[in-house]
Ligand binder design. Structure first.
Ligand SMILES: NC(=O)c1ccc[n+]([C@@H]2O[C@H](COP(=O)([O-])OP(=O)(O)OC[C@H]3O[C@@H](n4cnc5c(N)ncnc54)[C@H](OP(=O)(O)O)[C@@H]3O)[C@@H](O)[C@H]2O)c1
Length: 232
């Protein structure tokens, strides 16, 4: 049975990943900040009790990440999905009104946590068959694609995780781990808002297709949910 560990699994894109992989027969470790209030995730996990377990995981809490790694030390993890992310408040992310504390926080969640997750779970991933690490980034972190300006905090935190994952893909070559960045599209979630162009189902179906077609040579690449390469 294939296994996945997914962060930010209680809503939006993360929850959809949990549901689609479980329905396909995978074992899923679903990390979320606050399991007590994760109603949709808990009710799905109850339905798929043999496959889905919910784990407290605030990705800026490195001790909690280590504890989960310890608890899952005998498991293999075919697919680690760094999905948890934050979009800072609009009014704190425009020129002249920059919220520097929100900027630090966005880096902790969007940039540093994905690396910390890999540091903590690299043993379980390297023991698996698929050996894949996916980090959900954004086209907003693409320098080439930046025609709109602004969004200093979000853009920089995603650009930064792109270079972090690129380095990681090189460092993990010797372990045969494939590390890839994925842009999910503009998705109708709490973060994407109601004007998003696609549903979570479309986004995750597309990203799962990209993931299932990945080869080791693809490590270090930046793809969109539709399989197109995104320019750095
Ligand atoms: N939606 C889009 O259009 C879009 C576009 C490009 C990229 N993305 C990226 O896609 C990913 C998922 O976004 P989404 O649209 O599903 O957003 P969302 O609906 O706002 O969900 C964000 C998820 O991240 C979790 N999270 C935030 N901070 C966390 C922390 N410190 N520890 C653990 N979990 C944390 C949230 O948990 P809580 O419920 O506890 O807050 C929630 O589960 C993010 O990385 C985002 O940047 C989204």
């Amino acid at each position: 049975m294939r296994t996945a560990l997914i962060t930010g699994a209680n809503r939006g894109i993360g929850l959809e990943f949990v549901q689609q992989y479980a329905k396909e027969g995978w074992r899923v470790f679903a990390g979320c900040r606050n399991p007590a209030t994760a109603e949709a995730l808990n009710s799905f996990a109850t339905q798929y009790a043999d496959q889905v377990t919910v784990h407290p995981l605030n990705v800026i809490n490195h001790q909690q990440i280590e504890q989960l790694s310890q608890a899952l030390s005998n498991q293999t993890i075919d697919l680690l999905i760094n999905n948890a992310g934050v979009y800072p408040p609009e009014q704190g992310d425009e020129l002249g009104k920059t919220d520097y504390e929100a900027w630090v926080y966005a880096f902790e969640v969007n940039t540093m946590a994905p690396l910390k997750m890999v540091e903590a779970f690299v043993r379980q991933v390297s023991r698996s068959r698929l050996k894949t690490v996916i980090t959900i980034t954004s086209k907003m972190g693409s320098v080439t694609d930046n025609h709109g300006g602004g969004s200093y905090i979000y853009r920089s935190s995603k650009s930064a995780v792109n270079i972090v994952m690129k380095s990681l893909s090189i460092d993990l070559r010797s372990s045969q781990i494939t590390a890839v960045l994925l842009h999910p599209g503009w998705v109708r979630t709490d973060m994407g808002g109601p004007n998003g162009l696609i549903t979570v189902e479309q986004s995750v179906t597309g990203m799962r297709r990209v993931i299932s077609n990945l080869k080791f040579e693809d490590s270090g690449k930046f793809y969109a949910f539709d399989g197109k390469i995104v320019p750095w």
